[in-house]
Design a protein around this ligand. Structure first.
Ligand code: NAD
Ligand code: ZN
Ligand code: ZN
Length: 362
């Protein structure tokens, strides 16, 4: 058993509490990882708000980490102590019907099919003050050590800087993949990205890499515009600067609407605005943001009857175990610069400050 620090969410609506926790050794098929760095994704904030009824408290959140294998359980063959790894919030068991389908990146072992609040044997490896603490998406990267099933761990290049490539655990692949895998953005096309946080900026990077000629970033926080332009946005607009709905503004700017629109906020009204912003016939809208559990989206059927395509993405469509190591190699070859997404670096004791910065749009 390892004793280390972890940021524990004891109940919804409360700040995280940095505690000493016990982390049990990995059982058969599991890997214990020393987490070196983690990002903060808005999804973690949704957890703290109690947005997801299928996440159990107390819980150790965090799902965008990178680390080093500390020990492995019986039967683990793909990684060994000392290997650099990224834990995967979307596993790839390699055996289920979705894993066997080359078109799919879903895995039936994912949280959406069966909650990952406990490891597959229905027990937790975390305890604190005598209480069992839940895992989050099996990753729980807000702990200094965590235990994860082998099929949710990707071994990466030993040269990768862990404090940078932790972003390849969620935000970067989600946004970048939404553009190149889910929407399949074509060269010369026009794109609109609603919400340019960490994930939305990664969409901008993906649209640029795919050769889009116009990338319109839409956000109510204008402080984000400089970074969006640096990463490839050609226009940046705030809905608050217009009297008319933003979809009408985008249609006027582009003639008939953009070729591809992306919602990366998680609000029902912006999901509808993004759908209406792509052109009525060949336009493709990708929903990435996660609206509150139980929300309902109602749209005018004409938006779809004219031919638009409305889709969504989980983690950008990548088969995670196969693709994350390749994305790390692309990062090392400087094919994209996700370092620009890093705004602050804080120690674990300041994790709540990190969330305050996220909520303040910093
Ligand atoms: P973030 O908070 O960093 O960014 C959200 C951005 O939206 C901010 O810049 C904010 O100013 C802007 N915004 C808020 N309200 C707006 C409005 N009404 N109009 C225009 N802009 C507005 O969040 P993030 O970490 O980039 O995550 C974005 C969303 O993606 C979240 O809902 C998160 O849960 C979701 N997500 C989904 C997946 C997936 O697999 N589908 C993966 C990761 C994250
Ligand atoms: Zn995330
Ligand atoms: Zn599977």
């Amino acid at each position: 058993v390892i004793r280390c620090r972890a940021a524990v969410a004891w109940a919804a609506g409360k700040p995280l509490s940095v505690e000493e926790v016990e982390v049990a050794p990995p059982k058969a098929g599991e890997v214990r990882i020393k987490i070196v760095a983690t990002g903060i994704c808005r999804t973690d904030d949704h957890v703290l708000e109690g947005y997801f009824p299928n996440v159990d408290f107390p819980v150790i959140p965090g799902h965008e980490g990178a680390g080093i294998v500390e020990s492995v359980g019986e039967g683990v063959t793909s990684v060994k102590p000392g290997d650099k790894v990224i834990p995967l919030c979307l596993p790839q068991c390699g055996e289920c019907s979705f894993c066997l389908n080359p078109e799919s990146n879903y895995c039936l072992k994912s949280h959406v099919s069966e909650p990952q609040n406990l490891l597959p044997d229905k027990t937790s490896r975390f305890t604190c003050k005598g209480k069992q603490i839940h895992h989050f998406l099996w990753v729980s990267s807000f702990a200094e050590y965590t235990v994860i099933p082998e099929y949710a761990v990707a071994k990466i290049d030993a040269a990768a800087p862990l404090d940078k490539v932790c972003l390849l655990g969620c935000g970067l692949p989600t946004g970048y993949g939404a553009a190149i895998n889910t929407a399949k953005v074509k060269p010369g096309s026009t794109c609109a990205v609603f919400g340019i946080g960490g994930v939305g900026l990664s969409v901008v990077m993906g649209c640029k890499a795919a050769g889009a000629s116009r990338i319109i970033a839409v956000d109510i926080n204008k402080d984000k515009f400089a970074k969006a332009k640096e990463l490839g946005a050609t226009d940046c607009i705030s809905p608050r600067d217009f009297k008319k709905p933003i979809q009408e503004v985008l249609i006027e700017m582009t003639g008939h609407g953009v070729d591809y629109s992306f919602e990366v906020i998680g609000h029902v009204d912006t999901v509808i605005a993004a759908l209406a912003s792509c052109n009525m016939n060949t336009g493709i809208c990708v929903m990435i943001g996660v609206p509150a559990s139980g929300s309902v989206i109602s749209v005018d059927p004409m938006l779809l009857l004219t031919g638009r395509t409305w889709k969504a993405t989980l983690l950008g469509g990548w088969k995670m175990r196969d693709c994350i190591p390749k994305l790390v190699s692309s990062y090392l070859e400087k094919k994209f610069n996700s370092d620009l997404l890093i705004t602050h670096t804080l120690p674990i004791t300041k994790v709540n400050e990190g969330f305050e910065l996220l909520r303040a749009g910093k």
